[in-house]
Ligand binder design. Sequence first.
Ligand code: HEM
Length: 117
Amino acid sequence: MSAMSARRGQALLWFAQRASAAVLALCVVVHLVTMIVAVRGGLTAAEILARTRGSIGWAVFYGVFVVAVTIHAPIGMRTVLAESSGGHRRGLDIAMTAFALLLLAAGLRAVYAVTAG
Ligand code: HEM
């Protein structure tokens, strides 16, 4: 990879992590407010599913939340791990891509489980 495209890649990762952090901050606020409101409506599994099942709005919200974490966490951990292991290696990119795919699959599966039907 040329030095120019490597720099561009770094800038893109930096931007993706900042932008996903901003989305996460908003999601966390919405999530906290939801929890406060939900406590009054009841917190049993049946009560939670009654609110989320068939809701396109909650499916989109939690879907965005999952995608933001999928982007944010592996990029941040890549930086920290590269620093603590004394340099950036290709294996790290492969491991972080695998980690991102795992987060995405597990997260979207959970969103589907509570909103489908
Ligand atoms: C849930 C809401 C979250 C918010 C609002 C948030 C926000 C942020 C912000 C603002 C930064 C600094 C970014 C920068 O300086 O460019 C950051 C860095 C970081 N975040 Fe998050 N974050 C969240 C969740 C997570 C999660 C779930 C992980 C999981 C591992 C994570 C891992 C990291 C790491 C490792 C860094 C440091 C990256 C570096 O030093 O370059 N964050 N986060």
